[in-house]
Design a protein around this ligand. Structure first.
Ligand SMILES: NC(=O)c1ccc[n+]([C@@H]2O[C@H](COP(=O)([O-])OP(=O)(O)OC[C@H]3O[C@@H](n4cnc5c(N)ncnc54)[C@H](O)[C@@H]3O)[C@@H](O)[C@H]2O)c1
Length: 435
């Protein structure tokens, strides 16, 4: 018995032994997923699609080295994925393309009756979040955002502790994406990280497309690494929901400075104007009274941290410094303790059961778990542990934060993508040791 809500249309079908996957976008991230899929004997890769011949060659190398059969290739332009989704030897399709392609691809996959897995962040506009919901509700097909941070061992242990009321009643969370991406947004067109200040057509990998979002948009353009785990901590869409947000942005300095420092003031890119504030702070109000502070900080020198903090009426955990204080358990009053013993004690059953299998996976094992969640949902013919409603609302924070900033920081309502079902929906993520 899994902890996942059954999809009624599949309820009586027997579980699958093998899952047949296709991949759209086999760039840097898509190939991580291909590698994870190749470790599994219960997955066949039957088709891959990409517009870049180098991405295809690198993915084929991985498949060939693993001794697997050559998949069908879809390489004939930006819309060739539409042909791939029609294949009848695919159960699910993993989408790891630039953000603006996620929704047209996921909707096409769902309309063809297959499971869609979509990389973060899933949507760029508010309408796109509704498009995912509509496609799901019209077809019964599923869409899972591949939010790997939901599976981080520490945030899952904290989820476990929250569910056991170790922090009392939850009040507040702090989270975000605090990652110096200057050498991701700019490179020399030959390698993924740095070596030059090119982007767009002259860039490599994410510099080709991600940097343009920093030129065109001012908001939290990558909210889900922080919001995914907090969404589960606070039962968002399941007894609770986001209601309003306000966002503010600092001035934009880091990307221009990086170009001038690394490429010189005369480099043509030194004339580019970036709209994205270096640090964007969003405050989200939840229906049940909690606040979430969400930070987007990708243009400044800083060591990586998602800055998680969980505060309840009886205790607090902070990922920076790895500290905890529990009023009823900590030995000394008003003093931090190291969190490790608690994280071990409350290790989530999903991790306890599968830690060894996750050893080879990227980002400390979480890439194993997130793909496994998708694959197990397909095998068991049930809704994925992170569903289309999570996908839609976590991603919608981007356009809504842009709107709030454009309106001088005024509050913006966050739509209820569940259309009222959050009041009765029950949590589905991490309920037991399955997936
Ligand atoms: N969860 C994580 O930890 C994590 C890490 C890195 C990237 N990502 C996400 O993964 C996604 C992909 O990022 P990436 O780093 O692999 O970027 P990338 O630029 O390296 O790869 C994107 C690939 O998509 C292909 N593509 C573009 N348009 C296409 C189309 N119309 N049809 C088929 N293929 C197309 C490109 O040719 C490229 O090979 C993004 O959403 C990114 O935010 C997530």
């Amino acid at each position: 018995m899994t902890g996942i809500l059954p999809n009624l249309s599949f309820k009586n079908a027997a579980p699958l032994d093998k899952v047949r996957l296709g991949f759209i976008g086999v760039g840097m991230r898509g190939r991580n997923h291909v590698e994870q899929a190749l470790f599994r004997s219960d997955v066949e890769i039957n088709a891959i699609c990409d517009i870049d011949p180098n991405s295809i060659t690198s993915a084929l190398d991985l498949i060939n080295k693993a001794g697997r059969k050559k998949p069908a290739l879809y390489t004939s332009g930006e819309e060739d994925f539409l042909n791939m989704v029609k294949r009848d030897d695919l159960d699910g399709i993993v989408i790891a393309t630039p953000w603006e392609w996620h929704v047209p691809m996921a909707v096409a996959v769902m309309k063809d009756g297959k499971y869609a897995a979509v990389e973060v962040s899933a949507t760029v506009t508010l309408q796109e979040s509704w498009d995912l919901i509509d496609a799901h509700e019209q077809t019964g097909s599923h869409c899972m955002i591949l939010e790997n941070v939901c599976y981080r061992r520490d945030v899952m242990a904290i989820l476990n502790m929250i569910r056991q009321q170790k922090f009392g009643e939850m009040l507040y969370a702090h989270c975000g994406y605090q990652h110096d991406l200057r050498e991701v947004k700019f490179n020399n067109g030959k390698q993924p990280y740095g070596g030059g200040v090119e982007f767009g057509a002259k860039g490599y990998s994410e510099a080709k497309w991600r940097t343009q979002h920093s030129i065109d948009r001012n908001g939290d353009i990558y909210p889900t690494h922080g919001l995914g785990p907090v969404g589960h901590w606070f039962d968002i869409n399941r007894g609770n929901c986001f209601t309003t947000l306000t966002s503010t942005a600092t001035k934009s300095r880091g990307l221009h400075k990086h170009i001038v420092d690394q490429g010189g003031a005369d480099h043509p890119n030194a004339k580019v104007k970036f709209k994205l504030g270096d640090i964007v702070t969003t405050v989200i109000q939840c229906h049940n009274g909690e606040n979430i502070v969400l930070i987007h900080d990708t243009n400044s020198p800083r060591p990586y941290s998602l800055g998680f903090r969980a505060q309840g009426t009886e205790g607090i955990w902070m990922n920076d410094g790895d500290t905890i204080y529990l009023q009823n358990e900590s030995e000394k009053k008003h003093q931090w303790e190291k969190a490790d013993p608690y994280l071990e004690k409350y290790d989530h059953p999903v991790w306890k059961n599968h830690a060894a299998a996750a050893e080879n996976a990227g980002h400390g094992g979480i890439d194993y778990f997130v793909l496994r969640g998708f694959i197990e949902a397909i095998k068991n013919k049930v809704a994925p542990p992170i569903d289309v409603y999570d996908t839609a609302v976590w991603s919608a924070i981007s356009p809504l934060s842009e709107l709030s900033i454009a309106r001088g920081g005024s509050p913006v309502e966050i739509p209820d993508f569940t259309r009222g079902k959050w009041k009765t929906n029950k949590p589905i993520f991490g309920l037991n040791g399955d997936f």
